[in-house]
Design a protein around this ligand. Structure first.
Ligand SMILES: [Zn+2]
Length: 545
């Protein structure tokens, strides 16, 4: 890409016309094999003595140089570039920095032959330039350009610069229209980008269209004739009729799911599910296609890890946990049972006794150390080096023992604290609340505050099998709640309190209280079941134990 900079100013008597400059620039491009040219036409009346900020095209050229878009610049001669030494410094410094070749007419400018004395002022000039970039005056110049319909930076796709004025590029405008029509017909931005790329339609910078590019084009009000600058709106040549523009933009939201963009799923049990086989986490995998909808062992992610545990259907396990434990208050019931029957007090006294033992051991060991130290001190002079070493190692080993004992004691004290906190009225309050239509976050918060982890194990029996779902509460001392579910995942039954001797005692008419979760039943189901069902469940479970 060759940049051709042209300027005509009144003060130049020897100034050749813009047309002449362009002709010469183009013939230079041809002679030197540049197929692409970009013309920066400052036009008439801009003084070469003006600062860069007052020369929009030179300013733009510098921007493009710093974007690495321009590597060669052609000027009719040096005074097209500048009649102002700071402009000279700035331009040559930037050009050198970005390794840009500068031609004045047909002569390549040699950076390696600088006039050293001139370069001393570069830094301060550059600083001034940086400041100018942000100055209100620069902005005003840009705004004036916009108002007059001039182009000032990269021209949007579908437009071109016609002598510095924003004009429609007919070929690109056709593509813009196509993009709007495709989008309106329900095609997502990703698909549109792919179609254009397949056809080899180039973007401005000869890159590929991306979904984001398409979206930017659809959302740009420039195409319906609104050119925004700061908070003001100016006019632009219309490519898309405002009505159509609005329709397409309203419709864009509907197409979002077709863009190929990943839909984010929320996994209620994320981080809680563990694999009963290998101990790794289960993670949720869900796809729009419906192909996957399971929590699976994370071993599956890696080729060299093997785990044969089965994944579990997400709606089933989430409904089981939320529906049974929270909506049907089973967690609350289990918690209340635990409080009323808990033997935490005896557990605490057990631990306290252990701590007492530890204390005795520690003091015994300390005494031993003291005795050894006394011995050393008494016979210090006579003590053989080997004996001294022996003493030292003995003392060290006792001190190690004391250290371990102290750690154990600290753990025990910590454990006591947890046991003592088992009755927490705020927990009961949280669990007793009626959650009508809870948000995902409410559910997640509750699940995370009461459940420590959920261990999933699948026991394969022939072509079928049974899932064991063990829910470990966070509350210290409270038993885990275990559900068994058949491979079909139509139901799950709580099997915590079942012992096989029970089965022998039950006769056909016995009706038992048991917790059954029936998948898909939103209403409260009778949790009493007849023995034959019960036996059926148990037999299924029993065969694999
Ligand atoms: Zn596993």
């Amino acid at each position: 890409m060759l940049a051709i900079y042209t300027r005509l100013s009144r003060e130049d008597s020897e100034s050749t016309s813009i047309e002449n400059q362009l002709r010469e620039g183009k013939s230079f491009a041809k002679d030197n094999g540049f197929n692409d040219i970009h013309i920066y036409n400052e036009g008439q009346g801009v003084s070469g003595g003006a600062e860069i900020k007052d020369r929009p095209q030179l300013f733009k050229l510098l921007q493009d140089i710093s974007d690495n878009e321009i590597k060669t610049v052609w000027f009719r001669n040096q005074n097209r570039l500048e009649r102002n030494s700071s402009t000279w410094h700035i331009f040559t410094t930037e050009a050198k920095k970005y390794k840009v070749d500068i031609y004045f007419n047909d002569k390549l400018f040699d950076f390696e032959n600088p006039q050293d004395n001139l370069y001393g002022t570069i830094q301060s000039a550059l600083n001034q330039y940086q400041k100018d970039l942000q100055s209100t005056q620069t902005k005003r110049t840009l705004k004036d350009n916009v108002r007059e319909g001039k182009v000032w930076s990269v021209v949007a796709y579908g437009y071109k610069s016609d002598n510095g004025l924003l004009a429609i590029d007919e070929l690109e405008a056709e593509i813009v229209k196509e993009i709007y029509n495709l989008s309106l017909s329900g095609i997502g931005t990703g698909t549109i980008a792919n179609r254009l790329n397949k056809r080899g339609v180039p973007t401005r910078k000869n890159k590929l269209f991306r979904p984001h590019t398409i979206q930017t084009i659809i959302k740009n009000p420039l195409y319906k004739g609104e050119r925004k600058y700061s908070s003001e709106v100016f006019t632009s040549p219309i490519i898309i009729e405002p009505n159509l523009w609005q329709k397409v933009n309203d419709n864009l939201k509907n197409n979002r799911n077709n863009s190929g963009k990943k839909v984010e799923y929320k996994y209620l049990l994320k981080g809680l599910l563990k694999c009963g086989d290998c101990g790794r986490n289960y993670y949720g995998r869900k796809r729009l296609s419906g192909k996957d909808n399971s929590y699976i062992c994370s071993s599956r992610r890696y080729k060299d890890l093997t785990c044969s545990n089965k994944g579990i259907f997400i709606p089933f396990i989430e409904e089981l946990i939320w529906g049974q434990l929270f909506t049907r208050s089973l967690f609350l019931i289990a918690y209340q049972d635990f409080i009323s029957s808990n033997d935490n007090d005896s557990k605490i006294s057990e631990i306290e006794k252990e701590i007492d033992d530890i204390n005795i051991k520690i003091s015994k060991n300390n005494k031993k150390v003291n005795k050894l130290l006394d011995l050393i001190l008494e016979d210090e002079d006579d003590l053989h080096t080997d004996s001294r070493r022996l003493f030292n190692s003995k003392i060290n080993s006792i001190q190690e023992k004391v250290k371990t004992l102290k750690e154990k004691k600290n753990n025990n004290l910590e454990e006591i604290k947890q046991y003592e906190n088992y009755i927490d009225s705020s927990m009961i309050e949280l669990l007793s609340k009626d959650y009508f239509n809870p948000s995902f976050n409410t559910k997640k918060e509750l699940v995370n505050s009461f459940i420590n982890k959920i261990i999933i194990t699948f026991d394969k029996i022939d072509s079928t099998g049974i899932y064991y779902i063990e829910i470990l509460p966070k509350i210290k001392g409270m038993d885990s709640i275990v559900y068994a579910a058949p491979f079909s995942k139509k139901y799950a039954i709580e099997i915590n309190n079942l012992i096989f001797e029970d089965v022998e005692l039950i006769n056909q008419e016995t009706i038992l209280n048991m917790n059954i979760f029936i998948y898909g039943e939103k209403k409260d189901v009778e949790i009493k079941t007849r023995l034959d069902n019960y036996k059926y469940f148990l037999n299924n479970i029993r065969t694999i134990i």
